[in-house]
Design a protein around this ligand. Structure first.
Ligand code: ATP
Ligand code: F6P
Ligand code: MG
Length: 534
């Protein structure tokens, strides 16, 4: 990303294209302590101040708005895109009545022609839908409209998604089902809550054979990683601790090998908890199962503290991560307020999406400057970060900065280093800014007492908070309902406060990022009072 030369134009360029499928991480690696790194930074900052065009991403580029029927065509296409893949697409299987009922007195008929002794109106109909977008923008220049409304007239179009929950008819015989759960990627608060609810719900359906696959996809192919038998008793208390009861890992994952293993283990339902990389793997596993005509349901549960999955209100773990981040911000604030010319600097996770930094800044109310990957900023010179810090020190005696790990990466040296999953390894933006500030105040001869806090893994290696625990509970339960309903290649999410199922490709076609023209980012700027640093 780069900055526009004219500050009034408020021109941003689009986020950088994905470094690989399903990832938008910016590939950067440099030694933040080295002088050459600082020189590289200075060179890049100069380059970054060249004018660039507005190019906020819009998913509507492929629509021909001159066609009078463009809305109808869009909706037909939408229905196709959001249709949930079902095992009957490839296999001729007849459904049977669901044993899932919360009425103890109800008897389940043997087949769909029989009548239950007592009816239960607790099922979700396959034609139930939830509305994804609820704002009608009057103008494309309204805040947030650019990313949401359609065409030159900024039309609103109904975008319905499938409601999640138990179905009256199921496609698996619970007594014969073997269900498996796997947790992949990095840790996230709430993994154990989801595992626990999946087991509880399977148990209510009558499934006895439930196993955990250890250490992510690795558990499918690495010798010595035996399945963990799971039951209501085994998982009873696992939500009291953070982490994953089953272990997590990055990397690995030959899809064919994983599906061989699914077949060899006779798994009928696989619940895959993870972020965008994990879901890319889940989709590939689902497609390979279809190619082999296997009766297997692959169900994702989106997990990421970064909140970078498309279409969802939020992913589980995010709220807890923000809450934990507040502790670090509060400590930095206490240090900064108590020092002569104190500067508190907190770096928070968020590789390509600044949601944690934005929400933590907004909720703490203690931050003067929030820096995120989606919004470019200048450090030196007129209107730069350092100049603003000087002003804050002068006016109120101290300053507070919250920076996301992916922020300002375009100013640093790039490398091709990646982690085991192929995610680019980022440079330490926090240490870099820390050094810039220290050097600057030394150079201008103004004392400044900078305290840098990087809580790193502390924001995610913890137990889910109350709101995440509820989200995990619902997502876990719905994942099981989705599998029994015969869906596969779907994920369980919350959209516009309603719980839904979404086809996996739709949620990972790009990473979700903070829209610099959204009301939420504007609210953050209103709260911090920071200028635009351009
Ligand atoms: N495109 C892909 N196709 C198949 N498997 C993938 C793909 N991308 C990632 N994976 C696998 O998914 C697993 C998790 O991926 P990754 O490490 O990127 O974490 P993630 O799911 O994105 O979660 P996090 O939010 O913690 O980054 C890894 O085992 C990785 O090998
Ligand atoms: O050290 P690890 O496990 O690779 O995780 C770090 C990454 O995981 C995340 O928490 C989630 O993707 C990122 O914010 C962060 O960059
Ligand atoms: Mg990821």
């Amino acid at each position: 990303m780069a900055l526009a030369s004219n500050p009034k134009a408020l021109r941003f360029i689009a986020p950088k294209p994905p470094g690989r499928n399903f990832s938008m991480n910016i590939s950067v690696s440099c030694l933040p302590h080295s002088k050459s790194n600082l020189r590289e930074y200075e060179k890049r900052e100069k380059e970054a101040s060249l004018p660039v065009e507005v190019k906020l991403s819009s998913p509507r580029k492929d629509i021909d708005f001159s066609d009078p029927n463009w809305k109808g065509k869009f909706q037909d296409d939408w229905d196709k895109r959001f249709r949930l893949p079902h095992i009957t697409d490839i296999l001729d299987i007849k459904p049977k009545p669901s044993p899932f009922s919360l009425k103890k007195s109800r008897t389940v008929p043997e087949d769909l022609n029989g009548d239950a002794l007592d009816t239960w109106n607790g099922y979700v109909n396959n034609d139930d839908r939830a509305l994804l977008k609820v704002i009608k923008y009057a103008s494309p220049t309204s805040a947030g409209a650019e990313a949401e409304c359609f065409g030159p007239d900024c039309s609103w179009i109904e975008q319905w998604v499938h409601r999640a929950g138990p179905r009256k008819e199921i496609y698996y015989e619970p007594k014969e089902v073997k269900a498996a759960i796997v947790t992949c990627g990095g840790l996230c608060p709430g993994l154990n809550d989801v595992i626990r609810q999946i087991v509880f719900t399977l148990d209510i359906y009558g499934v006895k054979n439930i196993v955990g696959i250890r250490f992510g996809y690795r558990g499918f192919f690495e010798k010595g990683l035996d399945e963990v038998p799971l039951s209501r008793k085994v998982v009873e208390n696992i939500n009291l601790a953070g982490g994953s009861f089953l272990g997590v890992s990055r990397g690995g994952g030959n899809i064919s090998e994983i599906v061989d293993s699914i077949q060899a283990r006779r798994i009928d339902m696989l619940f895959i908890l993870g972020g965008n990389g994990t879901h890319a793997g889940a989709q590939a596993v689902h497609e390979e199962c279809r190619r082999r005509k296997l009766k297997v349901s692959i169900i994702g549960v989106p997990k990421t503290i970064d909140n970078d999955i498309l279409l969802m209100d939020r992913t589980f773990g995010f709220d807890t991560a923000v809450e934990e981040a507040l502790r670090a911000i509060n400590s930095a604030y206490i240090e900064a307020r108590s020092a002569y010319h104190g500067i508190g600097l907190v770096k928070l996770m968020g590789r390509s999406s600044g949601f944690i930094a934005m929400h933590a800044s907004l909720s703490s109310g203690q931050i003067d400057v929030c820096l995120i990957p989606e919004v470019p900023f200048k450090v030196d010179g007129p209107n730069g970060l350092l100049e603003h810090l000087e002003r804050l020190i002068q006016d109120k005696g101290f300053a507070m900065i919250c920076i996301a790990e992916g922020a300002g990466q375009e100013l640093l040296q790039k490398s091709n280093a990646t982690d085991a999953s192929g995610n680019p390894v980022l440079s330490d933006s926090g240490v870099f800014i820390q050094q810039k500030i220290k050097r600057h105040f030394k150079e201008i001869g103004v004392p400044a007492d900078l305290k840098y806090i990087d809580p790193t893994y502390m924001v995610r290696a913890c137990r889910a908070n109350a709101s995440d625990a509820i989200l995990c509970t619902v997502l876990g339960q719905n994942a099981v309902h989705g599998a029994f309903a015969g869906f596969s290649g779907i994920t369980s999410g919350v959209c516009n406060t309603h719980y839904v199922y979404l086809p996996i490709p739709e949620v990972i076609s790009a990473p979700r990022t903070v829209d610099p023209n959204s009301r939420m980012w504007h609210r953050t700027l209103t709260s911090t009072g920071q200028p635009d640093f351009i």
